[in-house]
Every structure is written in structure tokens, then in C-alpha cells.
Design a protein around this ligand. Structure first.
Ligand code: PLP
Length: 397
């Protein structure tokens, strides 16, 4: 009998009851705006920022309206101006080059390796082209952060980390988002905490955080923040920093606080699912598993494998056959971007030179979400289906 998988690749877990009750309390209070607080109550947003800063080991944290907003706010907060070049990954999602374009800056794309991380040789070669690297830990793959920071420190490049897929991940024990000047996170539904939309920005730099808080739309109410520098840091920036509203509200913060307390446990649950799929795929003819470095603690909320040097039609055939058995795969190699699978050459507002080695990797990347609603047994079944269908197409070719 042919096995079929019936689960949904976009179905996340329900919001925990504790979070729902906290959200009801906020709604009953009528006070949803972050600066609308009762006497003596710091409010959900300020408390969440304090808790997220503590969880990441950062001095300061700002909660904002989305991950994309956090990225653009970070660029502004470090002083990127219209026309400036910003280094970034050729393999990432559209909000990353989009954030760079939103401040009038110009992305300079850096290639991707077969390990699905930023190509550090290419980064070193392009290091004199820009003063800022917006580093996307795309799909949770961490580059050698020691070597990356050495390259950037030597070249005087400031690093903004896009940790949309690495909240809770670590490189040699250091939490993702704490190596660069700023770490940015998303709490959009498909990431590691779920508030529908939302994001964070962390830093240890008081000037950067003061600007970020002003930018996010704090008016002159910055003293209501608990994870921000003291009033003195704001004196230097309060008249010179535009208000570009993008605050988080108490309702989303209320939903996030209980989820944050379970983050480490959830990361382990994702990884158990990831390892089950990985184990089932290992050894499939024609398919390369992406080996994870021992220095990396990752969060396996999605998994990628490579069909390197396959003809496009055969990749499509394998994906079609998996889809017919209920397994939803996304391919970064298609001629046209679909869903979230755009590439550096799809972003025509940001012209780029062709990168043949990167194109070869991109043409081979197949991606799959791993929501926590899947059981370990589901993951084993999914791997069996991929193994059978990819194997069949490989053998026929
Ligand atoms: C989701 C995502 C973002 C943006 O987050 P939003 O909260 O959706 O704006 C940025 N970078 C990557 C890699 C993402 O996956």
C-alpha cells in the first residue's frame, strides 16, 4: 500500500491557554497601546522586552511590529543612509533585501555555500564594498561565526543579524543575535514564537538602542521602557531621530510572554523532528543532506536538502510526486519565484552580478517546513515518502 501523509505543513500549535488568558486580561483592560499603562504597571510590552533581553543575554531589547520592521529599524539605527551599500546574503527571504531597499540603501549580495551559509571567502572578497553586513541566518544555518566576525572586525564592518530562523540557536554556546551590533527576530506565525506579526531587536549599544526606540515611535515616552538605556542616552538623539511608527502592542506581548518561557523546550522538540527526517533521508541516492557543524546548536523548524546538479524538470518531477503523497516541498531553483522561494536574481530593484557557484547551490535547494503539530512518527513517514519518490526519479534518470 502507498503511504500518504495527511498533515498540514502550515498548521502551527494553538496559542497556550495561559497566553490566551493574558490576552483576555489586556482586552478587558482596554489598554492595548504600549504606552497606555495603569499607574504602577509597566505593561506587557515593557515586561516582554525585559524578559527577551534576559533570555538572549542582551542589555537592551525593543519589541516592534514585525521582523522586517526590526531589520529596517536596525539599519537606520546604525546610521545607514540612502545610497549606502549593505552586504547581505544571496540566499535569504525577500524581507531582507526589502529592508535594505526600504531605507534607500543598495544590497550587495554575498554567495551561499553547499552548507547553506554565507560564503565567507566571497564575504572577505567584498568586505571593502560596504560598512554594514545584514547577515541572514537563512533557514537556521549558522556560518562559522568566529571567522565571520574576524573578517568583519578586520574590515570595520558592523553586523546586523537577521535571526528570524535562529531564535534560540547558538554558535559555540553563544546565542544567535549576540555577535553582531544588533540581533533582529520575528514573531510572525511561522517563526519560533507566534503573535501573528511581531519582532524584536536586541543590542548592547546604548546609542543604537536609544535611536531604535525613538525610531519605533516612542514620542518622548522612552522612560517607560525597562530594557532601554537611561534618559541620558536619549538626550543625544531625541531631536534628531524621526518617528517611523512600528511599535508592538500589549495584546501581542501578552501572547508572547508565556511562549518565551517555553522557547528552549520548543527548540528541542523541533530538533527531534528535524533529526527524524534527516535520519530517514540520509543515504537517499542523488540527495545530499546538509551536514550541521558540531559548533552549531540549531532550531530545526524547517529542513533543507540538496538535489545538486539535477536537471530542473527532474527536481519538479520529484516535488510533484511528493506532493501527490501529501508532502509539501519548496524549491529555490525554479525559473519563477513561488510563495517564499525568491532568489537574489528575482529582486530586480537590486541589480546583481551572476554568481555561478551560488546559482548551482540555489538550483539544488529543496525546503520543507516542520511545524510542531507533526509527530516524530509523521516525520519518519514524510522521510520515507521523500526517499521513495526522489529515489524513483533519480533511478529513472
Ligand atoms: C520572516 C522573515 C523575516 C521577516 O519577518 P516578518 O516578521 O515576516 O517581517 C526576515 N528574514 C527572514 C529570513 C524571515 O524568514
Amino acid at each position: 500500500m502507498t503511504e500518504i501523509f495527511a498533515g498540514s505543513f502550515t498548521q502551527q500549535e494553538p496559542i497556550p491557554d495561559e497566553a490566551i488568558e493574558a490576552a483576555l486580561r489586556v482586552m478587558r483592560s482596554g489598554r492595548l497601546h504600549r504606552y497606555n499603562v495603569a499607574e504602577g504597571d509597566p505593561g506587557e510590552v515593557a515586561l516582554l522586552e525585559q524578559e527577551f533581553a534576559a533570555a538572549m543575554g542582551a542589555k537592551y531589547c525593543l519589541a516592534v511590529a514585525s521582523g522586517g520592521y526590526a531589520l529596517a529599524c536596525a539599519l537606520r539605527a546604525v546610521g545607514v543612509r540612502p545610497g549606502d551599500k549593505v552586504l547581505t546574503n544571496a540566499f535569504t527571504l525577500a524581507p531582507v533585501p526589502g529592508a535594505i531597499a526600504s531605507v534607500g540603501a543598495v544590497p550587495v549580495f554575498v554567495g551561499v555555500t553547499e552548507g547553506l551559509v554565507i560564503d565567507l571567502d566571497d564575504l572577505a572578497a567584498k568586505a571593502d564594498e560596504a560598512d554594514v553586513l545584514m547577515l541572514s541566518h537563512m533557514r537556521g544555518h549558522l556560518a562559522d561565526m568566529d571567522r565571520l566576525m574576524a573578517i568583519c572586525d578586520t574590515a570595520g564592518i558592523r553586523v546586523i543579524e537577521d535571526c528570524a530562523h535562529t531564535m534560540g540557536a547558538r554558535w559555540r554556546g553563544r546565542l544567535s543575535g549576540t555577535d553582531g551590533v544588533i540581533g533582529c527576530y520575528s514573531t510572525q506565525t511561522y517563526k519560533h514564537l507566534n503573535s501573528g506579526e511581531g519582532g524584536f531587536l536586541i543590542t548592547d549599544d546604548s546609542g543604537v538602542m536609544a535611536r531604535a526606540v525613538m525610531l519605533s515611535g516612542s514620542y518622548m515616552l522612552y522612560d517607560r521602557h525597562l530594557a532601554a538605556p537611561d534618559a541620558q542616552a536619549f538626550e543625544a538623539v531625541r531631536y534628531d531621530t524621526p518617528n517611523i511608527s512600528g511599535r508592538m502592542d500589549h495584546l501581542r506581548a501578552a501572547i508572547l510572554r508565556p511562549q518565551l518561557r517555553r522557547l528552549a523546550e520548543q527548540c528541542d522538540r523541533w530538533n527531534a523532528r528535524y533529526r527524524a527526517v534527516e535520519e530517514g533521508l540520509r543515504g537517499t541516492p542523488g540527495l545530499s543532506v546538509v551536514e550541521r557543524p558540531a559548533e552549531e546548536y540549531f532550531v530545526g523548524s524547517s529542513i533543507q536538502f540538496l538535489l545538486l546538479d539535477w536537471a530542473g524538470e527532474r527536481v519538479q518531477e520529484a516535488i510533484r510526486r511528493c506532493a501527490a503523497r501529501g508532502v509539501e516541498l519548496k524549491w529555490f531553483g525554479g525559473a519563477e519565484p513561488q510563495g517564499f522561494t525568491s532568489r537574489y536574481d528575482s529582486w530586480r530593484y537590486a541589480p546583481s552580478e551572476p554568481m555561478p557557484a551560488t546559482d548551482r547551490v540555489l538550483r539544488g535547494i529543496v525546503d520543507m517546513r516542520l511545524p510542531l503539530t507533526f509527530s516524530i512518527e509523521d516525520c519518519r513517514l514524510i522521510a520515507r515518502i521523500i526517499r521513495a519518490e526522489v529515489g524513483a526519479v533519480w533511478q529513472a534518470g
